[in-house]
Design a protein around this ligand. Structure first.
Ligand code: HEC
Length: 713
């Protein structure tokens, strides 16, 4: 191994120098780059670099820090190509910096906005590099637009779409017009196509979640795959008639990204649930192709095979991360496979070409719904192997011994519904465990060439009830602004505007003392971080809402304007329920109600389906426990050929390095702010770097504003 190493490093260094001299891009697949989201089209978070190893990792020092122009949550996995690092700021402004020094090359700001203002500021997980000879482009999204800029200058590629941008609504049909369509995750490139993930509303107002491929040269829409089929298409009969018309069911979108097997021309697309997420009475049936792993012909978008990971999802169990393209030895034969991690803690493993599960999957009976109008699917698919990496049982003895109000939590557990990972929501409250953010989350899993998967997992219950919406009479009692607030904002910010800070939702009480109306109005229209945009509110509704939030509203019968959210709309909707709010099952001090560990890191041998090791990830140092408590983590691991695993993702703002073989923690260091992104690693002029986007903010961590690169001195 070592002997091969030196020539290898030399070769990459020579390639680098050659590239500089001839001004030609480094050959694709060069070990020195991190050319694509999560390392490559297989999304395996893997690098062949070996300079940093178990023996020297403790000597890592900050090599440079790039301060972005704004601060806040950054989920971005940087791209490194030809010595340049491409990233996104917290408010999704793309930039290019020298990857060896952190010195800025270009930055696009609102003031430079192409074709009108770039205003949306939803979190971005990254961007796409594409080249054809000297034509080198960076593609990224903002609002409902896909942008293309020149990689070297950041200037718009004016021949792409309309002066450098194209609409991600192009193939979604007329119903998408006023609906939220954005993308947090970079697209997947196949030849000169880019196939786009999308984030949509989770409510009945969601747009259709079609998969769309655009031509990277022209910005033109090339193909569309309908995840909610039209008449005559396979799967149409797994929904009520005419669901595709998108009157009050939508989504079934891919938001978490895709993987592509470029040799076979197969695109792997994991999809999320149909919306509304938590009630499916108006979408009776199995609901293909929601919650599926789809294998599509990358050139045409034609379906090759699919496997549904959750039938008729009513628990928001979206496939949360791109699949991993792996090669395993199965029954003595090498098999090119695709592995999908899930929020519920299962890894599904299929033959890439046929879709045949490598480990048998059983349809297991799950609890029925007691909500009027809902028909939960009677069974769900559960792989016989590997065992889930997240816990699947919750009894009184599983309530945290660290909780001061332990007895109260046990009483809550007894009062609520919990009967495994597929317990439907209920009026009395249901504990969703594994929770809404997994199990696995957007960080996904790393896989090494030997077929070992590394996945971080959350241990967090969520406590949510499903209640009848307010009746038209009840709504009529509310002021117009309150009505908009109650139907639109209260699921996250609470009925009393107190928010739920421990679950990541700020209080909106006394907002007038902290923020301007323009600021709030912009957030409502364009979203912020993980808050979606509410593009379908009318101007009147927005005015009413602002008046209510800023306590300027005349209440009672004196209101003469048309009421805010239309009662007619509310009455005609076939979704008669709403959730109590997005709330985690926490103790009175804001720590998880379930017993530790609250987060784990798992190494699973995909050849055998057995665990290699499992260890605790994260800690709440203030609890001063003997063993680390573990904590939720967001953002995945990176692994290198030297057998190291790098991971951040926790609120305590640590970068941790584990030994891939043993799971032993080799080293950890404090970051300037918590990093909720997957790191990237690359090499320039013989030096290996690890770079992390440290924006903090999530899980209540302090804000950050920098990209930080580590290297050996
Ligand atoms: C799906 C959950 C969700 C819904 C629904 C939602 N929000 Fe938010 N909201 C959030 C989250 C999460 C944040 C924190 C965003 C960040 O800073 O990263 C936030 C932040 C905000 C802020 C910024 C607070 C501050 O102090 O800076 C305002 C204002 C706000 N929301 C208003 C609203 C209004 C008004 C509505 C209804 C139209 C609404 N939100 C609906 C999740 C939601």
């Amino acid at each position: 191994m070592k002997r091969l190493l030196v020539p290898f490093i030399l070769l990459s260094a020579m390639l680098f120098v050659a590239a500089r001299l001839t001004n030609q891009p480094i050959l694709p697949g060069s070990a020195s780059d991190w050319p694509e989201y999560l390392g490559g089209p297989d999304r395996n978070h893997y690098s062949t670099l070996t300079q940093i190893n178990a023996g020297n990792v403790s000597q890592l020092k900050i090599a440079w820090q790039y301060h972005t122009l704004d601060s806040g949550q950054i989920q971005c996995n940087s791209i490194i190509k030809n010595g340049i690092l491409y990233g996104m700021t917290a408010t999704t402004q793309p930039f290019a910096i020298n990857a060896a020094t952190g010195k800025q090359i270009w930055l696009r700001k609102d003031s430079l906005a192409m074709n009108g203002a770039i205003r949306s500021s939803s979190t971005s997980r990254g961007l796409v590099y594409w080249e054809d000879g000297a034509d080198q482009r960076i593609l990224f999204t903002n609002d409902s637009w896909l942008y293309a800029v020149e990689a070297t200058t950041g200037k718009p590629v004016t021949t792409f779409g309309e002066q450098g941008r194209t609409s991600m609504k192009a193939g979604l049909g007329p119903t998408a017009k006023d609906k939220m369509v954005i993308s947090n995750t970079p697209g997947t490139v196949f030849e000169d196509l880019i196939i786009m993930p999308m984030r949509l509303s989770e409510g009945a107002d969601a747009a259709l979640g079609h998969i769309q491929a655009f031509n990277i040269r022209t910005g033109k829409l090339v193909w569309v795959f309908h995840t909610i089929p039209e008449p005559g298409e396979f799967g149409y009969d797994t929904w009520p008639k005419d669901t595709y018309k998108n009157t009050d069911v939508g989504a079934a979108n891919n938001w978490s990204g895709m993987a592509v097997d470029r040799q076979r021309g197969i695109l792997f697309v994991p999809t999320g649930s149909a919306a509304f997420d938590f009630y499916g009475g108006n979408r009776a049936g199995q609901n293909l192709f929601a919650n599926c792993l789809l294998a599509l012909d990358a050139k045409t978008g034609k379906r090759l095979w699919h496997y549904q990971l959750v039938h008729h999802d009513i628990l928001d169990r979206d496939a949360p991360a791109p699949p991993n393209l792996v090669t395993v030895t199965h029954n003595g034969k090498k098999v090119d496979a695709v592995a999908q991690v899930t929020k519920q803690g299962y890894v599904f493993l299929f033959d890439r070409e046929t879709g045949t599960p490598l480990f048998p999957i059983n349809e297991v009976p799950v609890p029925a719904s007691d909500v009027e109008g809902e028909q939960a699917w009677p069974t769900q698919p559960i792989p016989t192997k590997p065992a889930p990496y997240a816990r699947h049982s919750l009894k009184a003895s599983d309530i945290s011994p660290l909780a001061e109000n332990r007895q109260e939590l046990i009483a809550t557990l007894k009062r609520s519904r919990y009967d495994g990972a597929f317990t439907p929501l209920s009026a009395q409250g249901t504990i969703i465990y594994p929770g809404l953010d997994g199990g696995a989350e957007y960080g996904g899993a790393a896989v090494d060439p030997g077929g070992i998967m590394y996945v971080n997992s959350n241990e967090m219950g969520w406590l949510i009830s499903l209640n009848k919406k307010l009746s038209a009479d009840q709504l009529a009692q509310l002021s117009p602004g309150q009505r908009v607030y109650t139907t639109t904002c209260s699921p996250c910010h609470g009925a009393e505007r107190k928010g739920n800070p421990a679950s990541g939702f700020p209080s909106l009480l006394n907002i007038r003392k902290r923020r301007s109306q323009a600021y709030v109005s912009n957030i409502v229209s364009h979203g912020k971080g993980m808050m979606p945009a509410f593009t379908s509110l009318s101007d009147t509704q927005k005015q009413d809402l602002l008046a209510y939030l800023f306590e300027e509203e005349k209440t009672g019968a004196t209101v003469t304007r048309e009421p805010g959210l239309s009662q007619a709309e509310q009455a005609k909707s076939t979704v008669p329920y709403r959730i109590s709010g997005y709330s985690k099952f926490l103790d009175k001090n804001g720590y998880p109600a379930v017993k530790p560990p609250w987060g784990t890191l798992n190494a699973i041998n995909l050849n055998t389906g057995e665990y290699v090791w499992k260890t605790v990830l994260g800690n709440y140092p203030e609890l001063k426990t003997k063993e680390p408590t573990g904590s939720e983590s967001y953002g995945g691991p990176v692994i290198t050929a030297s057998g190291l695993l790098f991971i951040a993702g926790t609120k305590d703002a640590m970068l941790r390095v584990f030994d891939c073989k043993t799971g032993k923690l080799l080293w950890q260091t404090q970051l300037p702010a918590a990093c909720f992104a997957t790191p990237s690693t690359y090499e320039i002029a013989g030096k290996q770097y690890i770079v992390l986007a440290c924006g903090g903010t999530k899980l209540g961590a302090p804000k950050g504003e920098s990209y930080v690169a580590f290297a050996l001195p």
